[in-house]
Design a protein around this ligand. Sequence first.
Ligand code: FE2
Length: 198
Amino acid sequence: MFVYEKKLQYPVRIANPNPKLAAFIISQYGGPDGELGASLRYLSQRYTMPYPELKALLTDIGVEELGHLEMVGTIVHQLTRNMTEQEVKDAGYEAYFVDHTAGVYPTAASGFPWNAASMAVKGDLIADLTEDLAAEQKARVTYDNILRLSDDPDVNDVIKFLRAREIVHFQRFGEGLRLAKEKMDQKNLYFVNPSFDQ
Ligand SMILES: [Fe+2]
């Protein structure tokens, strides 16, 4: 347990620009279950995590998610570089284009800009680790939805790698939650928080 191997990067080489795909893949850059929120969630939660193994787990996964943020940004960039005005129109990319041209901006596919309200740092290890399990599952579902909509193998190779990592994170956080409960007083139904309630 807790031999955690980070896999930060996977090469992104997309042959065919396609702003239509970029319009929804951007959600994993700045959407509610995207890599920016994931990274900030874990790198912020780690301060009050009372056990060193769990602090390290949050640090490792938080750093890995930053690498994933770069990969998603690269996908969006490669799908939208050298677009023509006609391609913007044909792809239905006008709304994003008007606000950001071909820039990579942290927003949800629905157009809502990235917001810290989409993540949580409670300072209670059971609440935070349970939140993290849900966050990983939501990220995995988002990647599943992207795979349902995208038929570009260059894109899908990378998305499948990212999806697989979310499953690994879900499993590691599951182990982390189990470890946390073992270390706490299991006779206390409410699992008081050792980082605050002494
Ligand atoms: Fe993740």
